[in-house]
Ligand binder design. Sequence first.
Ligand SMILES: [Zn+2]
Length: 412
Amino acid sequence: MIVEYVYRFRLYPDKEQEHFLNIQFGHCRFVYNKLLEISKKEFEEQGIKWNYYEYKKKLPQLKEEYPFLKEANSQSLQESVKNLDRAYKNFFKGEAGFPKFKKKKSNQTVHIPQHFVIERVSKKRGLLKIPKLKTPLPLKMHRDIKGEIRSISITKTPDSRYYLNVLTKREIQPLKPTNKTVGIDVGIKEFATVYDGENTHHIENPKYLQKSERRLIKLQRQLSRKQKGSKNWEKARQKVAKQHQKIVNQRKDFLHKVSAAITKQYDAIVVESLNIKGMIQNNKLSKQIADVSWYEFMRMLEYKAKWYGRQIIKADRFYTSSKTCNVCGYKNNQLTLSVRKWQCPVCKTQHDRDENASKNLYQIGFTHLTGGRVGTTRAKACEAGSVGGTGDNSQSTRHPAVKQEARCFNSE
Ligand SMILES: [Zn+2]
């Protein structure tokens, strides 16, 4: 399977290079915002909807009017025009809100035209040469780039770090079937509890991440006490942004490892559906952080499953995996969120809340894939459609908790 794959490397520009990059970011942002300003006015006053060629025609005029724009790569500026066009198209299609002006303090990305060179100079270091910049930019190159490079871009994060994004097309081979299923229950205190038919594993949130999150909460509390707009407020705001970015990076790293390990080991991965509405409504920070992790984790699991020929099964949002006894099926409606352990009044089994949930999710996958019969392969289950088992007995084998839209990710 040919997939788009992005490599990300940290760049270490010196003062002069940083200045050059900031000019690129600034000019691209300037073009974007200027064209947005003009087109917004025409749209609001006369209902004129620009198309791509109209934006493109405006670019040389802007360069005439603002000669400093010549310092930037013209193709990078053109890319800003394309981005604005895309933002408008999404708005007209009703898929996004009205395009917003770009701010200096958010993530900024600039597209680099074709004439670049990425060169490895040692085991860990590389150099990037780009047009108009006299000296090559050093980068940390922790892995080799496989596949064909399509384009590159440079991102500046709010905490003033620079990253090189290398977009490639590369071939990924599906993994061999393992005939194993896993149920994953995610939590707040622990990242997840997984059950694979034999063993239960508890996946803890890494200590360094917990520490960073506690610090973020502290910093946010400090920020809220400062007077908005004051010097101290600005200082505190920068600290929050930096800590936030740190967590984003640490979390990504952790989630990549977990999602890779899971897709490697299991053919079928059963998860609970995300409750987006519940996510937004919840005000508790710890819950919000857990939800962000879960959302990101799902995104990674989904694309990795697609790459490697694995299947993701989503349990229905209303399926009560924690409240149902995995042994006898009794539903404990009295179970509240704070109760971690309970005993089933019918079969007397002692339950750990999360372990019980992961076992129920596992059961969904097992029933779904095999129709109750051991040994049915993943490929067969997929041929029969996304839900419903092996075809011949699809109605009877569908687990009641499997969501209709459960998707079959098969890469062939
Ligand atoms: Zn029971």
